[in-house]
Design a protein around this ligand. Structure first.
Ligand SMILES: [Zn+2]
Length: 139
């Protein structure tokens, strides 16, 4: 990973930290190098490590945000045993989804060239907020 990709990955972690803080949770997320040449992981609260073995590439800003959002959500589920983030209206977990894609969308999110949003699947689905711009309560 070159220096610019690492900057994109770290900037994405800052966006995810905003979402965590907006949700009222105390967790801290950061990114560290595990192995020179490519393996990175998400660190939550300095106590738990996640995303081990996941290669974060940060090919562009959007990809970096997808990668860190996915790694952060997985790490929180694995280490805190909670679903994060959640939709307070429906008391359900939110899913990463490409912006401006409907409920029937299928495919590889990295191929959409869309920014990731947090989407609830209840009541035929609704977007709760863009990754990095979560608000509780939503707008
Ligand atoms: Zn909902």
């Amino acid at each position: 990973m070159d220096a610019s990709a690492l900057r994109r990955i770290r900037a994405a972690a800052v966006l995810l930290q905003r979402d965590i803080s907006a949700s009222g949770m105390p967790w801290r997320v950061s990114v560290d190098i595990v192995q020179a040449g490519g393996n990175y992981l998400v660190l939550v609260d300095g106590q738990f490590w996640g995303g081990v073995g996941v290669v974060l590439e940060g090919a562009d800003e959007r990809c970096a945000v997808w990668e860190i959002a996915d790694a952060t959500q997985s790490t929180i589920m694995e280490t805190r045993h909670v679903v994060w983030p959640d939709c307070p209206t429906h008391a359900r977990g939110l899913h990463l989804w490409p912006e401006n894609r409907g409920a029937d969308w299928e495919g590889n999110p990295f191929g959409t060239h869309a920014w990731p949003v947090w989407r609830c699947r209840e009541e035929s689905g609704h977007v709760f907020g863009r990754v990095g711009a979560l608000r509780y309560p939503p707008d």
